[in-house]
Design a binder for this molecule. Structure first.
Ligand SMILES: *[C@@H]1O[C@H](CO)[C@@H](O)[C@H](O)[C@H]1NC(C)=O
Ligand SMILES: *[C@@H]1O[C@H](CO)[C@@H](O)[C@H](O)[C@H]1NC(C)=O
Length: 326
């Protein structure tokens, strides 16, 4: 009896102290130029945007890769000609896809401002969408100051912890593809909302982490730059990785299992960063955003300087997986 108890305790101790995850990818500065592809298709969310290829992005300084930074931005100098696709911007996706994984983004600036709709997200590489799932880690529109993390899946995936959630049915085919989502609370440093937009940028950004795991479910953490409780293995990718057992509660917890079977709703995901304008979300709420009496598309076309702060500035993206092959 006693021996068994100790053995169980020992096993628990070992499994909780030693992470099953190992580093699988590390993207800093110019690493993004080879690990990601620049998408140039028409925005599937109908934004007033012209996604440019990598060569164009580099030559126009809409993508800048230096030793320690990777910047992607919208054009902020030109008036957009009516009848064109829209304002020049960036959408990139990773060439690799990751199964059970933890993604850690160290971000010093995110796109902000009227008409903007930026997102950092993952989706099934196999698809077709929504097969294999979509997980939105950072997303919002216009002058929003709270992050919204959400999931979009095939039917039969609902969340059983409704009190913490803005919406609980992850099925992309219902509620106009609202998905299941968690709006972040604002109990952060400086008494300001720091999870999204200008508040996030004011503090110099911070760290976002997403775990996608059959046992742990889908979890999203956020620590603002000045948060002294940011775990050392999040802050510094060169120290041994211990992982979520020491990170405290995530801001967004999407439970998988009884009401959302992991294996049938999620497979290997690629990573996407994008920045669109107006479209299905930012455009539909633009009239009530407090931005401008103009139409969203006219605002985008005629106000290049409004997009001065519409850029991603990434310090690093580190990925840990349970895959032991390398
Ligand atoms: C891009 O940035 C570089 C370095 O700051 C500058 O020399 C160059 O003129 C810029 N190109 C454009 C098209 O703005
Ligand atoms: C929904 O998922 C549960 C398991 O999570 C499964 O038992 C059930 O058969 C599924 N229903 C449908 C209609 O697929």
């Amino acid at each position: 009896m006693r021996t068994t108890g100790y053995a169980a305790l020992l096993c628990w101790f070992i499994s909780s102290a030693v992470s099953l995850y190992t580093k699988k990818g590390s993207f800093i500065g110019s690493d993004f130029l080879t690990a990601f592809e620049w998408d140039t298709f028409d925005d599937p969310t109908h934004g007033r945007v012209n996604y440019v290829d990598q060569q164009t992005a580099l030559s126009k300084n809409l993508t800048i890769a230096s030793e320690g930074k990777f910047i992607m931005r919208a054009d902020y100098t030109d008036i957009v000609i009516s009848g064109s696709r829209g304002r020049d911007s960036i959408r990139i996706h990773s060439k690799n896809a990751y199964d059970d994984a933890i993604f850690i983004l160290d971000l010093s600036h995110m796109p902000e401002g009227c008409a903007t709709w930026p997102a950092f997200w993952t989706l099934s590489q196999l698809g077709p969408w929504p097969n294999g799932g979509e997980i939105d880690i950072i997303e919002g529109v216009n002058l929003q100051n709270h992050n919204l993390a959400s999931m979009h899946t095939t039917p039969n995936c609902t969340m059983s912890n409704p009190s913490t959630m803005q919406s609980t049915d992850c099925n992309a085919a219902v509620n106009n593809n609202q998905g299941c989502g968690v709006s972040f609370s604002d109990s952060y440093a400086l008494g300001t909302d720091s999870s999204y937009g200008s508040g996030f940028n004011l503090l110099g950004g911070g760290w976002y982490a997403m775990q996608k795991d059959p046992e742990a479910g889908i979890n999203v953490w956020f620590w603002p730059r000045n948060d002294i409780s940011v775990p050392v293995d999040v802050r510094d990718s060169t120290v041994p990785f211990v992982g979520p057992t020491t990170w405290g509660s995530p801001q967004a917890r999407f439970q998988t299992g009884q009401y959302c079977d992991y294996e049938t709703h999620f497979d290997a995901h690629e990573i996407v960063f994008d920045l669109t304008f107006c479209g299905d979300w930012a455009g539909s709420v633009f009239p009530s955003s407090g931005c401008s009496p103009m139409s969203c598309a006219d605002f985008v076309d005629q106000n290049p300087s409004a997009f001065t702060n519409a850029y991603w500035e990434i310090n690093s993206l580190i990925i840990y997986t349970k895959d032991t092959s390398s």
